[in-house]
Design a protein around this ligand. Structure first.
Ligand SMILES: *Cc1c(COP(=O)(O)O)cnc(C)c1O
Length: 390
């Protein structure tokens, strides 16, 4: 089908929630995509941090196809080995003791919020259900997770929002201390605020937040939906900060494109969400789990080192561009601030020339597949340089 027909059908069929770029890719290999006409695109987006192994990764395709052919879904009323193997591997690799499998980042966060409130209820009774989150954060699009999202622009139209959410500025220890009143059960943070502009938290703030949470028995929830699964050069970004949050959520890069989310917790919390208190029809789908297991097995220590090195290379190449004012982030999660040009316009011009890039706030944002090659990075940078020089 030609592009104009696809676009027209899309416009007449969908709720208009998405602003789309003017292409319809049909296939890919590694970090390189193709549209129906054979036009190539270097992908620095991974479908927003999702396609860790890029396109048509052999092992992932095999695992997913075999599982789809054998058993595509069985519900959580029965045992399933694809699901159990993923859970065991994810707990082992992350250093956590129990996991709940969901279908998205927002759902993984919903699980974390419910877990925190129930832990508090079980131990302290009602009246301690407030969740603190950081200003400029992003935690998802469900009613609870947009409420947890610390950005005013998300807090319109959908009133009334759920109760029990408050915000505190990132990197301000004194204000966090003040905000930790006796009604608080949890603090949710992103180690690097992704949608907020790829802004890493300061290590001192993270350490202090962990200490305050421990002191008051407030659960620290790390939203690693974007930062996890090798994205920053560590299995989870928490390793950069040397702390272990009580609860940690994952999604995006975990499934390499199939919908899956995970909420991990420590041994102390593993029994809080008792039978009947939480669940999901699709959560832990065997096909998604079989694929996610391939992603986890791919992320060896050597590969994580390689991601760090490629990230440093991409950062250095971006810093060489005269229009680039600064580059921040870690591993293959980077943002570039521009001196004069508008990031949104640059991203649109890049697509025309064969490069997919993201934006976050006023910055260009880069989340290439973790398998991106140096050659693909060079090709992408070349296109970006051309666009910035226009
Ligand atoms: C993308 C994202 C989410 C939401 O994930 P969905 O799968 O879109 O629900 C939540 N938290 C963070 C940090 C994210 O980057």
């Amino acid at each position: 089908m030609d592009f104009e027909t696809i676009k027209k059908d899309a416009q007449s069929s969908f709720m208009p929630t998405y602003q789309r770029f003017e292409i319809a890719p049909v296939k890919g290999k590694g970090a390189t995509l193709q549209d129906a006409g054979g036009r190539e695109f270097i992908d620095f987006t991974s479908g927003i941090g999702v396609n860790s192994l890029g396109y048509s990764h052999d092992g992932w395709v095999k695992a997913v196809s075999n599982q789809a052919a054998a058993l595509q879904h069985i519900s959580n009323l029965y045992y399933n080995s694809a699901q159990t193997q993923l859970a065991k591997t994810l707990c082992g690799r992350s250093g956590y003791d129990a996991v709940f499998l969901a279908n998205s980042g927002a759902e993984a966060n919903e699980c974390a919020l419910k877990l925190a409130r129930k832990y508090s209820f079980d131990n302290y009774g009602p009246g301690r259900g407030t969740v603190l989150s950081l200003q400029n954060s992003f935690h998802g699009r469900t009613l609870a997770t947009i409420t947890a999202t610390g950005q005013e622009e998300y807090h319109q139209y959908f009133l009334p929002f759920p109760e029990g959410f408050r915000y505190t500025p990132a990197n301000d220890i004194a204000l966090l201390d003040e905000a930790m009143t006796p009604d608080v059960c949890a603090l949710i943070i992103e180690f690097i605020q992704g949608e907020g502009g790829v802004l890493p938290l300061e290590p001192e703030f993270v350490q202090a937040a962990k200490a305050l949470c421990d002191e008051k028995d407030v659960l620290l929830i790390a939203d690693e939906v974007q930062t996890g699964i090798g994205r920053t050069g560590k299995f989870f970004a928490r390793e950069h900060f040397g702390i272990k949050p009580d609860v940690l959520t994952s999604a995006k890069g975990l499934g390499n494109g199939l919908p899956i989310g995970a909420c991990l917790c420590t041994a102390q919390l593993s029994g809080v969400l008792s039978p009947g208190t939480h669940g999901s029809t699709f959560g832990g789908n065997p096909v998604a789990c079989a694929g996610a297991k391939v992603v986890l097995d791919y992320l060896t220590d050597d590969v994580l080192r390689d991601i760090t090195e490629k990230g440093e290379y991409l950062k250095a190449e971006l810093e060489k561009l005269s229009e680039v004012e600064f580059v921040r982030g870690k591993g293959l999660m980077l943002a570039a601030g521009l001196k004069n040009k508008k990031a949104k316009e640059v991203a649109a011009a890049c697509v025309e020339k064969g490069l997919l890039v993201l934006t976050a706030k006023e910055c260009l944002r880069f989340l290439p597949p973790l398998v991106v090659t140096y050659d693909e990075i060079d090709k992408g940078i070349k296109i970006l340089a051309d666009v910035l020089e226009q």
